[in-house]
Each structure stands twice: as structure tokens, then as C-alpha cells.
Design a binder for this molecule. Structure first.
Ligand SMILES: Cc1ncc(COP(=O)(O)O)c(C=O)c1O
Length: 389
């Protein structure tokens, strides 16, 4: 009989570099495989399992909603959608007053850029080297990282590249044709890179001065990952609130959903039929959003993220081969004095899932927000062994 790995390799396009494990079941920070193994998941299914795998509150909400109504379009009202929109806006910075729901991160970014163009009547968008924004036409054209723009050829015109953390490089590009500046406030794929708080403030001021829309792509940093609901408004970003925040990944705990949160000023430019998508705001996804936000709140996950981050940083000091720990909350990049890929592989052999990045020396951690100090100790013990062997 063929294994799961063999069947998938035969019938699925080979577009992913897969780990040789078959995930069957998940619970909290654990993934159980079809072979009966158990893995500590410090990758969170690519930052999606924010509430942990199969959080009982989320599972129950999805189950209950699925027995009532799986889907109806935005042409009718729904208590599931009303509840999700109200709750999402209630945890966002107060200037962000309206939500638009879609299905993924790339789609949220496409809509964010579109709204900026509609609000300003301009076309160009400035993004940053090292930023990743998705794989659909406009979002991939905004992605100045590795080979992505090349894959997306022909690119959408009007995308300009600035240097992350360097305000003068942005200033040199801003003119009356620029509709938006969009950034990952913490560049995840690039190796978890952050800018100084002053950079975010200077971007805000530059946008205000020139009538440019500031968009934070919080597909990874949003929904509690940094120990705050959003990077927008947080101290790490000098309290700056952008005009648009885009979300996906952890927003539905694994049920596909994306969103844009926008200010009144932006929403005043958006009219009927300007944006839309069939599945956006569907009842099942909306039930998942509400339950995800409730689970984070009920389990005090934001406070947990900060405690566990502090513990992890402390413990990693014991490992000589670790030269830096970058990032915030549970979006962390561990920089080694050598390549991270062998460490990633060795950890997997010890049944710990982590992530790599486009920086060869950086191992990425994007675990569930319910990670505990004990889980960290388990990880550090294995990492220590690997680094000294
Ligand atoms: C920061 C960021 N933006 C956008 C995306 C695209 O999201 P999706 O894969 O849901 O389209 C990703 C995905 O990894 C991301 O990390």
C-alpha cells in the first residue's frame, strides 16, 4: 500500500518543499502524524495556528455554525458577520473603524492597495526590499524579495522599492503619484527584521505630509502574535496607526479568511461594488474569526506571548551559537553563527517543527500563542544538544 507521502507526491503539483511527515491531528502546540508520532509545532502551520491546533472554543463555534448555515453571500445580513466585524474592530486601534472581509493575505493586500488608489486617485505604491506580500499579480509585484517578482512577470506597473528602515530612501520616492506605502512592520520571511520605532513614526509623518495612505501588512504580525492585538498602535512601532491594516493567517485559526481594517477617511471613498469577493464574510469563516478573538481573550494569550518570549530570550542566551534573537512576541528569528538549515533538520528529527527564512542563518519561530515555558525548555534542551554535537 502506498504511503500518504507517496500518494501526495504523485497527485499534487510539486510546488512545496515539504517536511517528510503527514499531519493527521492537532491539539494545542502538538501535531500528531499518521505514523503515530507527536511533534512540538513551533511553526504553527506558517503562523496560522495562533490559538493552537483545534482550540476547543473555535472547534465548537465552527461546528455550531456549520449546523446552521455554511454560507450566504454579502447580499444578506448575518449575525455571524455582524459579530465578527464588531469584535474585530473593537480590538483594533480606535482609528480603524471598518472591516472588509476576503479570503487570504494576498487578497487583503490587493484590496488594501486598491482602496489606497481609490482614496487618492493616484497609482504608485512604495514597498520595501525584503517584504513579502503574497502571490497574486499586484501583491507579488509589491514583493521585493528573492525571486518572487520574477515568478509574477509581467509585473503590475507602478511598484517602487525602498530600503526597510531607511526613511531617506522612502522620501526620495514620494511624489504626487504615490498612493500608498505598504510594509510588513516586521519583515518575517526576510529573517524577522524590525526597524527602529522612529522609522514607523517618520513613515506616518511622510504619508500625512504628502497625502499618501499607510498600509501595514499584518498578515503575520496581527491577531496577537507580537503580544499585542496588532503591531499598529503598539509601542514597538511608536504607537503609529496606519490607514489600512491587512490580516489573514491566524485570523480564522485555520479556516481561510482575510480582512482589511480601515479608517473612516479611507472608507468614505469606497462605494458599493468597488470591492467584493464571493466567499468573503461567509458565515463559517466569520464564526471562526469571532471564536479566535474570544479564545485569545479568554485564555489571556497576549500576556502569555510576552511571558514566553521573555523566557525564550533568556534561555537562548545559554547557547553560544546563537548570535541574535530578532523580532517580537512569538514572531522570532534566531540567528546562528552558521547556517540554520541543518539545525532545522536536526530539530525535526527530534520531533520539533520550526521554520527557515530567506536569511540562511536565521531559524524562524511562529508557534501557537498558547506556547508555555515548559515547551520552550523542551526546545532549548534539544537545540543545545544539536548545537554542541
Ligand atoms: C506578510 C505576509 N503577507 C501576505 C502573505 C500572503 O498571504 P496568503 O498566503 O494568505 O495569500 C503572507 C504569506 O505568507 C505573508 O507572510
Amino acid at each position: 500500500m502506498k504511503s500518504v507521502v507517496e500518494i501526495e507526491d504523485q497527485f499534487q503539483l510539486a510546488t512545496y518543499k515539504k517536511m517528510p511527515i503527514a499531519a493527521e491531528r492537532g491539539e494545542g502546540v502538538w501535531i500528531y502524524t499518521t505514523d503515530g508520532d507527536k511533534y512540538l509545532d513551533l511553526y504553527g502551520g506558517h503562523a496560522v495556528a495562533g490559538t493552537g491546533h483545534c482550540h476547543p472554543h473555535v472547534v465548537q463555534a465552527i461546528r455550531e455554525q456549520s449546523e446552521k448555515l455554511l454560507f450566504y453571500s454579502n447580499l444578506v445580513y448575518s449575525d455571524a458577520r455582524a459579530g465578527a466585524a464588531e469584535r474585530l474592530v473593537s480590538v483594533a486601534p480606535t482609528a480603524l473603524t471598518k472591516a472588509f472581509f476576503c479570503n487570504s493575505g494576498t487578497e487583503a493586500n490587493e484590496n488594501g492597495m486598491r482602496m489606497a488608489r481609490m482614496a487618492t486617485g493616484r497609482e504608485n505604491v512604495i514597498t520595501f526590499s525584503g517584504g513579502f506580500h503574497g502571490r497574486t499579480a499586484d501583491a507579488i509585484s509589491a514583493t521585493f524579495l528573492g525571486k518572487y517578482r520574477e515568478i509574477g512577470k509581467p509585473n503590475v506597473p507602478g511598484h517602487l522599492e525602498a530600503t526597510f528602515g531607511d526613511i531617506e530612501s522612502v522620501r526620495a520616492l514620494v511624489d504626487d503619484n504615490v498612493a500608498a506605502i505598504m510594509l510588513e512592520p516586521i519583515q518575517s520571511m526576510a529573517g524577522v527584521r524590525m526597524a527602529q520605532p522612529a522609522f514607523y513614526r517618520e513613515l506616518r509623518e511622510l504619508c500625512d505630509e504628502h497625502g499618501v495612505v499607510l498600509i501595514y501588512d499584518e498578515v503575520q504580525t496581527g491577531v496577537g502574535r507580537t503580544g499585542e492585538w496588532f503591531f499598529a498602535g503598539s509601542a514597538a512601532g511608536d504607537g503609529v496607526v496606519p490607514d489600512v491594516v491587512t490580516l489573514a493567517k491566524a485570523l480564522g485559526s485555520g479556516v481561510p479568511v482575510g480582512a482589511c481594517l480601515v479608517t473612516e477617511a479611507i472608507s468614505s471613498h469606497i462605494k458599493e461594488n468597488d470591492l467584493g469577493t464571493t466567499f468573503g464574510g461567509g458565515m463559517l469563516a466569520m464564526a471562526a474569526v469571532t471564536a479566535t478573538l474570544e479564545a485569545i481573550q479568554n485564555d489571556r494569550m497576549l500576556a502569555n506571548v510576552k511571558l514566553v518570549e521573555a523566557h525564550l530570550r533568556e534561555r537562548l542566551r545559554e547557547i553560544e551559537q546563537v548570535v541574535a534573537v530578532r523580532g517580537l512576541g512569538l514572531l522570532l528569528g534566531i540567528e546562528f553563527n552558521d547556517k540554520a538549515a541543518p539545525v532545522h533538520k536536526a530539530l525535526l528529527e527530534q520531533k520539533i517543527i520550526t521554520g527557515t527564512s530567506s536569511d540562511a542563518n536565521v531559524l524562524r519561530l511562529l508557534p501557537p500563542l498558547c506556547l508555555s515555558a515548559e515547551h520552550v525548555d523542551l526546545f532549548v534542551a534539544q537545540l543545545e544538544k544539536i548545537c554542541t554535537s
